[in-house]
Design a protein around this ligand. Structure first.
Ligand code: PMV
Length: 332
């Protein structure tokens, strides 16, 4: 069995995945669109070893306990596939070391890049030769958004009614549209809501049905704006989507108020900056850290403005990321 190391970019959803039609298979109620990021990534080394009696996991330098069951369940899926293909004839356990170069569990989708990296590295280590589509389907079962992180550039995840129909694909390459994402870190605390718990509450919001009625049109408009490199239309749609998504969180039962004062300060600042003619928009997931999107020409101005806010601890500047990369330098 080989030792394999993979680096995978996290992503930011332009149209959010929120709510599942199948919890076990992680089939989403609606499709979603995202941009892969080149400066926020997970690096994971996996090696299946014949002398291990259980899986050993270290994530960001710690023996992982919170995520252990989910990671081991995912390794079980990969072991089952390997058994089906007669690559192994008994349970074989893995050493997994993974690290994120950005704060995890703060709303920056570390589970997406993490499970995508785990999927690719574990499959290669055990000898499974899967297509991008097959890897996406498999990664989705570990963490929904991981199915997008298998791809590069601008990505669409098809909702699908069966496991085989629900996977992601690149619809615009990473170099086709240059967008800058300034990720404003307002806190590195662990968020108090996991997305897995939140998804289950989506349908309790009285706005959820209204969201679903319009989501197909929204997906088509966002895709068109990316393909036409129409940043203003894209930004307007993406910011409105982030607020719509938070209106679902605010009206779920129980409701979820996830924004920190610093998050709102960034939102207001983005809007003030826009009034001065700068094309800049925000979007946000289930955390308090916030993505600020602009064009390269305005990156410096946006950076200086955000750096002046006392609530912004640091800023990670990202461009559009490519497909996952295999690395020769292993983590162990
Ligand atoms: O893949 P999960 O279960 O971490 O859910 C991700 C949910 C959002 O980040 C809020 C939206 C998205 O599409 O990434």
């Amino acid at each position: 069995m080989q030792k394999i190391t993979v680096q995978v970019g996290s992503d930011i959803a332009f149209v959010k995945y929120w709510g599942k039609k199948d919890k076990v298979l992680r089939l989403p109620i609606n499709g979603s669109i995202s941009m892969i990021l080149d400066s926020l990534y997970s690096t994971t080394t996996v090696e299946f070893q014949s002398d291990l009696t259980k899986d050993e996991l270290i994530i960001d330098g710690e023996q992982e306990e919170d995520e252990a069951v989910r990671v081991i369940n995912h390794l079980d899926r990969i072991r089952s596939l390997a058994k089906e293909q007669k690559l192994i004839d008994r349970d074989l356990f893995a050493s997994v070391v993974s690290k994120n170069n950005f704060p995890k569990s703060t709303g920056l989708s570390s589970s997406g890049s993490g499970f995508a990296a785990l999927t690719i590295a574990a499959c290669q280590s055990i000898g499974l030769n899967l297509s991008e589509k097959e890897l996406s389907i498999l990664a989705r079962q570990g963490s929904g958004s991981a199915c997008r992180c298998i791809c590069g550039g601008f990505v669409e995840w098809l909702d699908g009614d069966t496991s085989e129909q629900s996977y992601s694909q690149t619809f615009a390459e990473s170099n086709s549209f240059v967008i800058k994402d300034l990720v404003a870190i307002v806190s590195e605390e662990k968020k108090f809501l996991s997305s897995t718990e939140g998804h289950d509450l989506a349908e309790t919001s009285l706005f959820f049905k209204a969201r679903q009625e319009k989501i197909g049109v929204k997906l088509a408009m966002v895709k068109k704006a990316v393909l036409q490199k129409d940043f203003i239309t894209l930004g307007e749609l993406v910011e409105a989507e982030a607020l719509e998504f938070h209106s679902i969180l605010l009206t779920s039962q129980p409701n979820m108020l996830l924004l920190y004062p610093g998050t709102v300060e960034v939102m207001q600042t983005v809007r003030l900056l826009r009034r001065t003619g700068v094309p800049v928009y925000f979007t946000i997931n289930t955390g308090f850290n916030i993505h600020v999107l602009t064009l390269p020409k305005y990156e410096k101005k946006v950076l200086e403005t955000l750096q002046n806010l006392s609530s912004v601890k640091r800023i990670i500047i990202s461009g559009v990321g490519e497909k996952p990369k295999l690395l020769q330098d292993h983590l162990f």
